[in-house]
Design a protein around this ligand. Structure first.
Ligand code: HEC
Length: 192
Protein backbone atom coordinates (compact mmCIF):
# COMPACT_ATOMS: atom_id res chain seq x y z
CA UNK A 1 0.00 0.00 0.00
CA UNK A 2 1.11 3.53 -0.70
CA UNK A 3 1.42 5.87 2.31
CA UNK A 4 -1.57 7.92 1.11
CA UNK A 5 -3.75 4.80 0.90
CA UNK A 6 -2.75 3.81 4.43
CA UNK A 7 -3.66 7.30 5.58
CA UNK A 8 -7.11 7.06 4.00
CA UNK A 9 -7.76 3.73 5.75
CA UNK A 10 -6.69 5.18 9.09
CA UNK A 11 -8.80 8.31 8.55
CA UNK A 12 -11.85 6.21 7.78
CA UNK A 13 -11.41 4.33 11.05
CA UNK A 14 -11.18 7.43 13.18
CA UNK A 15 -13.97 9.78 13.99
CA UNK A 16 -13.08 13.19 12.65
CA UNK A 17 -12.23 14.26 16.15
CA UNK A 18 -9.39 16.78 16.53
CA UNK A 19 -8.36 15.13 19.79
CA UNK A 20 -7.32 12.03 17.87
CA UNK A 21 -6.72 13.32 14.37
CA UNK A 22 -3.31 14.78 15.24
CA UNK A 23 -2.07 11.26 15.77
CA UNK A 24 -2.46 10.51 12.07
CA UNK A 25 0.28 12.99 11.27
CA UNK A 26 3.64 11.43 12.00
CA UNK A 27 5.88 13.52 14.19
CA UNK A 28 9.48 14.06 13.15
CA UNK A 29 10.76 11.08 15.15
CA UNK A 30 8.16 8.76 13.62
CA UNK A 31 9.08 9.98 10.15
CA UNK A 32 12.73 9.20 10.84
CA UNK A 33 11.95 5.78 12.35
CA UNK A 34 9.70 4.87 9.41
CA UNK A 35 12.61 5.20 7.00
CA UNK A 36 14.46 2.20 8.44
CA UNK A 37 13.52 -1.45 8.91
CA UNK A 38 15.18 -1.55 12.37
CA UNK A 39 17.22 0.52 14.80
CA UNK A 40 20.29 -1.43 13.76
CA UNK A 41 19.81 -0.17 10.21
CA UNK A 42 19.71 3.49 11.31
CA UNK A 43 22.69 5.78 10.76
CA UNK A 44 24.10 7.28 13.97
CA UNK A 45 22.92 10.74 12.94
CA UNK A 46 19.28 9.62 12.69
CA UNK A 47 19.48 7.93 16.10
CA UNK A 48 20.97 11.09 17.60
CA UNK A 49 18.20 13.25 16.11
CA UNK A 50 15.45 11.07 17.61
CA UNK A 51 17.17 11.13 21.02
CA UNK A 52 17.46 14.92 20.84
CA UNK A 53 13.77 15.33 19.88
CA UNK A 54 12.47 12.88 22.46
CA UNK A 55 14.47 14.36 25.34
CA UNK A 56 12.37 17.49 24.74
CA UNK A 57 9.18 15.39 24.91
CA UNK A 58 9.45 14.59 28.63
CA UNK A 59 7.47 16.40 31.30
CA UNK A 60 8.01 15.94 35.02
CA UNK A 61 5.61 15.89 37.96
CA UNK A 62 4.90 19.39 39.34
CA UNK A 63 6.60 18.51 42.61
CA UNK A 64 9.68 17.12 40.85
CA UNK A 65 11.11 13.65 41.18
CA UNK A 66 10.05 12.00 44.45
CA UNK A 67 8.98 8.44 45.29
CA UNK A 68 5.31 7.73 44.59
CA UNK A 69 2.88 4.98 45.60
CA UNK A 70 3.94 1.56 44.28
CA UNK A 71 0.47 0.10 44.93
CA UNK A 72 -1.06 2.63 42.53
CA UNK A 73 1.74 1.87 40.08
CA UNK A 74 1.00 -1.85 40.27
CA UNK A 75 -2.65 -1.26 39.34
CA UNK A 76 -1.58 0.56 36.17
CA UNK A 77 1.06 -2.03 35.28
CA UNK A 78 -1.44 -4.88 35.72
CA UNK A 79 -4.18 -3.19 33.72
CA UNK A 80 -4.42 -4.46 30.17
CA UNK A 81 -6.15 -1.24 29.17
CA UNK A 82 -2.95 0.20 27.80
CA UNK A 83 -3.09 2.79 25.10
CA UNK A 84 -6.52 4.13 25.88
CA UNK A 85 -6.64 7.87 25.94
CA UNK A 86 -8.04 8.08 29.43
CA UNK A 87 -7.11 11.72 29.76
CA UNK A 88 -9.27 12.49 26.71
CA UNK A 89 -12.32 10.80 28.13
CA UNK A 90 -12.13 8.12 25.45
CA UNK A 91 -12.47 5.19 27.83
CA UNK A 92 -15.48 3.98 29.77
CA UNK A 93 -14.31 5.54 33.03
CA UNK A 94 -11.48 7.97 33.78
CA UNK A 95 -9.84 5.20 35.82
CA UNK A 96 -9.83 2.85 32.82
CA UNK A 97 -6.23 3.35 31.90
CA UNK A 98 -3.11 1.33 32.20
CA UNK A 99 0.24 0.41 30.79
CA UNK A 100 -0.41 -3.17 29.70
CA UNK A 101 3.22 -3.76 30.63
CA UNK A 102 2.79 -7.56 30.93
CA UNK A 103 2.05 -7.72 27.21
CA UNK A 104 5.77 -7.24 26.63
CA UNK A 105 7.54 -7.79 29.98
CA UNK A 106 7.93 -10.44 32.66
CA UNK A 107 7.67 -8.49 35.93
CA UNK A 108 6.59 -10.17 39.19
CA UNK A 109 7.95 -13.64 39.82
CA UNK A 110 5.58 -16.33 38.58
CA UNK A 111 3.22 -13.97 36.72
CA UNK A 112 2.98 -14.74 32.99
CA UNK A 113 4.06 -11.99 30.64
CA UNK A 114 5.48 -11.19 27.24
CA UNK A 115 9.06 -11.37 26.09
CA UNK A 116 9.22 -8.60 23.51
CA UNK A 117 10.84 -6.37 26.15
CA UNK A 118 13.50 -7.30 28.71
CA UNK A 119 12.55 -9.04 31.96
CA UNK A 120 11.92 -6.55 34.78
CA UNK A 121 11.78 -9.01 37.71
CA UNK A 122 13.87 -7.68 40.62
CA UNK A 123 14.43 -4.41 38.74
CA UNK A 124 15.06 -2.30 41.87
CA UNK A 125 17.28 -4.95 43.44
CA UNK A 126 19.33 -5.07 40.28
CA UNK A 127 20.20 -1.41 40.85
CA UNK A 128 20.81 -1.90 44.57
CA UNK A 129 17.88 0.30 45.70
CA UNK A 130 17.38 -0.14 49.45
CA UNK A 131 15.33 1.64 52.13
CA UNK A 132 18.54 3.26 53.32
CA UNK A 133 19.76 4.65 49.99
CA UNK A 134 16.52 5.34 48.11
CA UNK A 135 16.40 9.02 49.09
CA UNK A 136 20.09 9.64 48.42
CA UNK A 137 20.97 11.64 45.29
CA UNK A 138 21.91 8.34 43.57
CA UNK A 139 18.60 6.68 44.54
CA UNK A 140 16.60 9.64 43.23
CA UNK A 141 18.69 9.75 40.06
CA UNK A 142 17.81 6.11 39.37
CA UNK A 143 14.12 6.91 39.93
CA UNK A 144 14.43 9.75 37.43
CA UNK A 145 16.13 7.51 34.86
CA UNK A 146 13.32 4.93 35.06
CA UNK A 147 10.67 7.70 35.09
CA UNK A 148 12.08 8.99 31.80
CA UNK A 149 12.10 5.53 30.19
CA UNK A 150 8.44 4.96 31.03
CA UNK A 151 7.33 8.51 30.18
CA UNK A 152 9.07 8.41 26.82
CA UNK A 153 10.99 5.22 25.96
CA UNK A 154 12.27 6.72 22.71
CA UNK A 155 14.63 9.15 24.45
CA UNK A 156 16.65 6.10 25.57
CA UNK A 157 15.63 3.52 22.92
CA UNK A 158 14.91 5.44 19.71
CA UNK A 159 12.04 3.97 17.64
CA UNK A 160 11.43 1.24 20.26
CA UNK A 161 8.26 -0.82 20.13
CA UNK A 162 7.72 0.34 23.74
CA UNK A 163 5.02 3.04 23.56
CA UNK A 164 5.78 6.64 24.57
CA UNK A 165 3.19 6.52 27.34
CA UNK A 166 3.55 10.04 28.74
CA UNK A 167 4.11 11.76 25.41
CA UNK A 168 0.91 10.23 24.02
CA UNK A 169 -1.09 11.27 27.08
CA UNK A 170 -1.90 7.67 27.95
CA UNK A 171 -0.32 8.02 31.41
CA UNK A 172 0.10 11.21 33.46
CA UNK A 173 3.38 12.23 35.14
CA UNK A 174 1.87 11.07 38.44
CA UNK A 175 0.99 7.66 36.94
CA UNK A 176 4.51 7.31 35.59
CA UNK A 177 6.19 8.13 38.91
CA UNK A 178 3.96 5.54 40.62
CA UNK A 179 4.95 2.92 38.04
CA UNK A 180 8.66 3.75 38.36
CA UNK A 181 8.23 3.44 42.15
CA UNK A 182 6.58 0.03 41.68
CA UNK A 183 9.55 -1.21 39.63
CA UNK A 184 12.21 0.08 42.04
CA UNK A 185 10.80 0.21 45.60
CA UNK A 186 12.32 -2.33 48.01
CA UNK A 187 8.83 -3.17 49.34
CA UNK A 188 7.29 -3.72 45.91
CA UNK A 189 6.51 -7.34 44.95
CA UNK A 190 8.76 -6.79 41.91
CA UNK A 191 11.72 -6.89 44.30
CA UNK A 192 10.60 -9.69 46.61
C1 HEC B 1 4.78 -3.16 23.07
C2 HEC B 1 5.74 -3.69 24.00
C3 HEC B 1 6.04 -2.95 25.28
C4 HEC B 1 5.16 -2.48 26.22
C5 HEC B 1 3.64 -2.49 26.18
C6 HEC B 1 5.96 -1.98 27.30
N1 HEC B 1 7.29 -2.13 27.01
FE1 HEC B 1 8.85 -1.66 28.23
N2 HEC B 1 10.16 -2.19 26.76
C7 HEC B 1 9.82 -2.78 25.57
C8 HEC B 1 11.02 -3.02 24.80
C9 HEC B 1 11.09 -3.68 23.42
C10 HEC B 1 12.10 -2.54 25.59
C11 HEC B 1 13.58 -2.55 25.23
C12 HEC B 1 13.93 -1.22 24.62
C13 HEC B 1 14.44 -1.33 23.22
O1 HEC B 1 15.55 -1.86 23.03
O2 HEC B 1 13.73 -0.91 22.29
C14 HEC B 1 11.52 -2.04 26.82
C15 HEC B 1 12.26 -1.50 27.86
C16 HEC B 1 11.75 -1.18 29.10
C17 HEC B 1 12.54 -0.76 30.24
C18 HEC B 1 14.06 -0.65 30.30
C19 HEC B 1 14.60 -2.01 30.69
C20 HEC B 1 16.09 -2.03 31.01
O3 HEC B 1 16.76 -2.91 30.48
O4 HEC B 1 16.55 -1.21 31.81
C21 HEC B 1 11.66 -0.52 31.27
C22 HEC B 1 12.00 -0.07 32.67
C23 HEC B 1 10.33 -0.78 30.76
N3 HEC B 1 10.43 -1.18 29.44
C24 HEC B 1 9.17 -0.65 31.49
C25 HEC B 1 7.89 -0.79 30.96
C26 HEC B 1 6.68 -0.49 31.70
C27 HEC B 1 6.63 -0.08 33.16
C28 HEC B 1 5.63 -0.69 30.84
C29 HEC B 1 4.17 -0.45 31.09
C30 HEC B 1 3.82 0.89 31.55
C31 HEC B 1 6.19 -1.12 29.58
N4 HEC B 1 7.55 -1.18 29.68
C32 HEC B 1 5.44 -1.45 28.45
C33 HEC B 1 8.56 -3.08 25.13
C34 HEC B 1 7.38 -2.74 25.79
Amino acid sequence: MKPEEVRQVLLSGFEQDPRFLWKLEQDESQRICSQYPSREAMPAQAIQRVIELENKNIKYPQWGIAWGDWKEGKKLVDSARGGRFASYGFSDKPTDKGGNCYACHLIEKGVPGGTMGPQLTGYGKRYGITKENMNSPEGLEKLKTVYKIIYNAWHAYPCSSMPRFGYHGVLSPEDVINIATYLLHPESPVNK
